[in-house]
Design a protein around this ligand. Sequence first.
Ligand code: GDP
Length: 598
Amino acid sequence: MSDNGQKIILPTSITVRDLATQFKVSPIQVMKILMSNGVMANINQIVDFDTAAIVASELGFEAVLEIPEPEEVEEVGEVPMWRRVIAEEDPDKLVRRPPVVTILGHVDHGKTTLLDAIRHTNVASGEAGGITQHIGAYQAEHKGRLITFLDTPGHAAFTAMRARGAQGADVVVLVVAANDGVMPQTKEAIDHARAARVPIVVAMNKIDRPDANPDFVMRQLADLGLVPDEWDGNTIVVPVSAKQKKGLEDLLEAILLVSESCDCDIRANPNGKVIGTVIEAQLDKGKGVMATLLVQNGSLEMGHDIVVGTSSGRIRAMFDFRGRKVRKVGPSTPVMVMGLNDVPQAGDTFEVVSSEKEARLIASQRKQAQQQVQASPKVTLELLFDRFKAGELKELRLVIKADVQGSLEPIIKSLKDIKTEDISLNILHSATGNITESDVMLATASKAVIIGFNVEADLAARKLAEMEGISIRLYTIIYRLMEDVEKALKGMLEPEYKETVIGKADVLAVFKISKAGNIAGCRVVTGEIRRNGRVRVMRAGKMVFDGEISSLKHEKDDVREVRHGFECGIALRNFNDVLVGDSIECYTLQKTVVEETF
Ligand code: GDP
């Protein structure tokens, strides 16, 4: 045993075997020391830093906690429209605006309680109207400065904004319960914030609880690259008790500090072009469409004509979060407006235009464009390569879900080992468990593909993926998964097609016409035969030809389709051997968008 007090750097957790290797002693020796300290551990068991530190000191070392470097994360997604608008404003006209904050964290860690506590403590009240209803956002005051809080549950508003390219929040407050520590949704929230490049302030909540263990939680956070400032890291960790309303001032102070020091530019021109984002919207039976808007540049006024996504209208009434009527509001202010003709979606961008007519026109153009976009899948592995080539994408972004940690780790490791020339792989989020709506939101916001290994996608996730055109690929064999990702990166992945048989015709006669080749005289017996469909000629249950139609006639006319019960003449491209008694099946091929299972 050495007794020189030499320092040794150890991670937050380590196996007995690795610990022995670090000290250059046998694992048995480590196990003996552990045993003498009341810890029965086998060679593969993981011990925490504190336990490892005891072993270290018995072996004459001083254990020092390893602080991992935070991972550099590339910003993903496009520059939101409102940011582009601000970038075009005269820099001299830009003034500071209140930071917009969203609260993320694991369920039950106290997000709602914290939002309520801040609302009650730091929102000036007592004025006419009082706090009447939640509109999805509110403003708190700290030392005379305002902070805008998005107040919708979970990630909804934040990710919806990102998914529509709005990137609304300037700061994320990550709530972590001091008694429970980092949980799956905590990690997910960190990934969401990082993908959006939004700085994180940690609210270490529930410190009033007797089982609170802030040191342990800070270590967990450090492990994820959120190194607390008191350990010389860059992340401010504020101990709070939402329940007892303690630490709130410190939290607000930290938010202002971060928003001032981050390189996110929290400025806007209150007299510039009016633009912002929808926080939430619903239809009220009596009042019509009620939409909460966050103004991000310019000032929104009563009577303004606005276009929001695919809806439009003139602002007939406007209320602040206290339910008070307002006439004009500036950047970072949330307001509820009435006057839209349709319910917009959270995350949609709104803009003020010069007339109601123009608003209607833009809205209807967008509707058309949207229908076209919806018809084409946005993110599938097959289509990515084209976008790589077109220079639209520089990396393949993945969200990976697996059944157990034991399969997740090797998948990530092998994926990281794939070598390609220009395109890099960016794993935005990886976790165990089924694919959920939240995974799809992250994928939508960041234009990523979702890969599942031995997991399923739940119904809500499937629906959302279908709507957003996000590809979910499910695998049960690791090498197939690797193979597909590798092929996608090299542009070799064949699109998967889904076949739909749309009709069948029986061949009743064959006419030999020298110029056009043989024409099959048919009767359509089911569905329809389409000129631009694909066809298969079946003879005695076997396929003798698979290809295209070169001409389709009804009586003497060229037609696009012939329906069930009618007769027609079909000529086939590059096939002349059609016989009486054959049947011709017409089918269509569509690229599958949502799911490929192997
Ligand atoms: P959310 O799911 O993250 O929104 O969590 P909630 O705000 O609903 O809180 C979950 C539970 O934790 C509730 O029973 C709260 O009363 C409790 N809670 C929230 N904050 C604190 C706190 O600071 N201390 C204690 N002891 N309990 C808290």
